[in-house]
Ligand binder design. Sequence first.
Ligand code: GMT
Length: 374
Amino acid sequence: MKIGISCYPTFGGSGVVATELAMALARGGDEVHVVSYKMPFRLEFVEPHLFFHEVVVPHYPLFDYPPYSLALATKMVEVARHHELDLMHVHYAVPNAVSAVLAKQILEPRVLKVVTTLHGTDITLVGNDPNYLETTRFGIEKSDAVTAVSESLRRDTQEQLGISNHIDVVPNFIEPERFERARKEGGGRRWAKPGEMILVHVSNFRPVKRVMDVLRVFHRVREKLPVHLLLVGDGPDRAKVERYCRECDTCDVITFIGNLPLVEEVLAGADLFLLPSETESFGLAALEALSCEVPVIATRVGGLPEVVDHGSTGFLFPVGDVEAMAEAAIELLGDDEKRAQFGREARRQAIERFREEVVVERYRDVYRRVVAER
Ligand code: GMT
């Protein structure tokens, strides 16, 4: 097939999933055209039939807000027409779904199918904002197929946006070999002193991630055990979190790594992963930890219970219950055998349920279905 993929190119789950999907489809023989305003950070030209098209947004003095959605739709039309795309698969509804539907309408009577994958905040935080609600709903309703990364997100979409379209649940995925490679190189151990156990958190440091809860858990654990915290990622709350660490004089046991293209370079060799988010439609970072044999302590919200199996690959608690999270962390860190058993089960489940070859085939099923509906 000839497939267009549009996504955000920045550090963040939806861009990562879209990029990994583009590369997997290309490796499987499809012709893939990635469309975005910047090269996605993980995109590698693994095959000669994988292409990138940059959306250029011209500035004009009249524009306080240059219309990216229009430039994106225009680029989609151009790429679809010239390369005879069968479909455009957009990741993150706002504004990508609306731009794709506009491109589809401009191209008529030529057929361009639109597949929209919902990732989470495009529904739960942005899409349901009254300022975006109507256009987000329009983009989703006019798509030829809609997928959500978890059952929880499918429900949220139907309830919060009043959408009645059929929504396929296609979860996020991992390529197991990536983690094998990183594990051999020692991963996160490089940052810790001998004898320290390693806790990791990966996020975009937005308020929804509750990074201060990571520190609250860490401080409680540190009273009982020698631990080191690795914080991966960057975003609006990082300055606040960093200032707090300096005030608490914990700079020697907390390392800010910043944005990292391949998170397994830190996850491999870690002992525990913390994700105390307010909401999380899936929790790709948690899945990446599980695939590295790292148990996860997270909140029982959104799609996380579909990823983390409470009691066998990690533990889930109510939002803000840092006491319970710390207790569970101390229990796992204090018992090497139990932690190793959780780690092995984590990787086994990650591979069985979320490995690339299985999930990418589910996207291909969706593509075949919409293309056959001509
Ligand atoms: O977490 C974010 O704020 C970024 C956002 C994105 O679109 O990159 O992440 C969402 O999509 C990821 C990939 O499907 C999911 O793993 C995350 O759970 C989801 N984030 C939220 O729902 C908060």
